[in-house]
Design a protein around this ligand. Structure first.
Ligand SMILES: [Zn+2]
Length: 337
């Protein structure tokens, strides 16, 4: 398949997906930028859907297979978001209704590949939040790894995890409170924390500003939030290079709407400002350390080394967060006192 839209030139609608009649009623259009409310949205990439594995579990979701949608870029802040959202009720919860196997869940907890990200965030929050006890809430706690590391670093940590399998595992494994409720419910119940973390989660939730506004309400005055997201702009740039180097490679950055928000540094800062945060600090997000295959795994080691070098270069370079070196964005911001 030719992919003319993947070239580095202004995309045209003709290069992307035509409106298809079988799309009728499946998506409700998103007409303005979720971050800056800009109306200059232009298509950059097709979003594909492949849900045939849900055929037994959720036939309505499986019906989205082969539906067609574009990812749009905002001409004002560079944020990328889908041209529409699925009209299927609870689309995202249904997509994440994954029945993980006990072995996989245990492996996710034991694995250390996200530790560099977690340790960096704990170190940075530790510098910002003084005193004891320090309460921390991790949003999207998954198997509880970060909640556990935070507790070991002296935080009184809790988590939010909506997937019942991972939530109950995390609670059992860490002995910490793992809420199976949305953030608004915790704020309504009067809970508050000195730090809230949302790491590699915000890119999965449509319309991020209200999400951040809700998290702000969970912070004590002067409390800190730590947000980590992929840098959509640079991830797309990297993927475009890959299509040039690897014949037949197709960019899948937004497929199935797993990543629904694609941030630029400017868009992340703006989102935090609009949610009411102050003292916003933006930097590069630490890369994950993907496991090596048994043996020498030269390719794996080279890839690790390359990602580390890019990260450290970007951190050292003044304004590095605004360069193509920033594959991930890490923000710290506080609730006004
Ligand atoms: Zn915008």
């Amino acid at each position: 398949m030719s992919t003319p839209e993947l070239q580095d030139r202004p995309p045209t609608s003709a290069a992307l997906l035509p409106e298809r009649s079988e799309n009728e009623g499946r998506f409700s259009p998103v007409a303005a930028c979720w971050i800056c409310e800009g109306l200059q949205l232009a298509p950059v990439l097709p979003v594909r859907f492949e849900f045939s594995i849900y055929r037994e579990q959720d036939p309505e979701l499986a019906d989205y297979t082969n539906a067609a949608l574009n990812l749009n870029r905002c001409g004002d802040c560079g944020f990328m978001q889908p041209a529409g959202l699925p009209t299927l009720p609870e689309f995202f919860s249904r997509m994440y209704d994954t029945r993980w196997s006990p072995d996989w869940v245990e492996m996710e907890f034991t694995a250390a590949y996200r530790d560099p990200v977690f340790q960096t965030v704990l170190r940075e929050l530790g510098r910002r939040v003084a005193g004891q006890p320090r309460r921390l809430l991790d949003v999207g706690a998954h198997v509880g790894k970060f909640v556990d590391l935070a507790a070991r670093s002296g935080w009184d940590s809790e988590g939010i995890e909506l997937n019942p399998t991972t939530a109950s595992f995390a609670a059992r494994k860490t002995g910490r409170k793992i809420h199976q409720q949305r953030a608004e419910a915790l704020a309504d119940a009067g809970l508050s924390f000195d730090a809230v973390t949302i790491l590699d989660v915000l890119e999965h939730i449509p319309d991020p500003v209200p999400v951040l506004t809700g998290l702000q309400k969970l912070l004590t005055p002067g409390g800190w939030i730590a947000v980590k997201v992929p840098c959509g702009e640079n991830q797309l740039r990297k993927e475009r290079w890959r299509t040039r180097l690897q014949a037949g490679y197709r960019i899948n950055l937004a497929d199935n709407l797993v990543h629904v928000n694609h941030f630029t540094p400017r868009a992340l800062r703006l989102a935090l400002e609009r949610a009411g945060f102050t003292d916003i600090e933006l930097t590069l997000g630490a890369p994950e350390e993907l496991p090596l295959r048994p043996g020498l795994d030269v390719k794996g080691r080279l890839s690790r080394g390359f990602r580390q070098t890019v990260y450290h270069l970007g951190r050292t370079l003044p304004g590095g967060v605004n360069t193509p070196l920033a594959m991930n964005l890490q923000a710290y911001a506080r609730r006004a006192r």
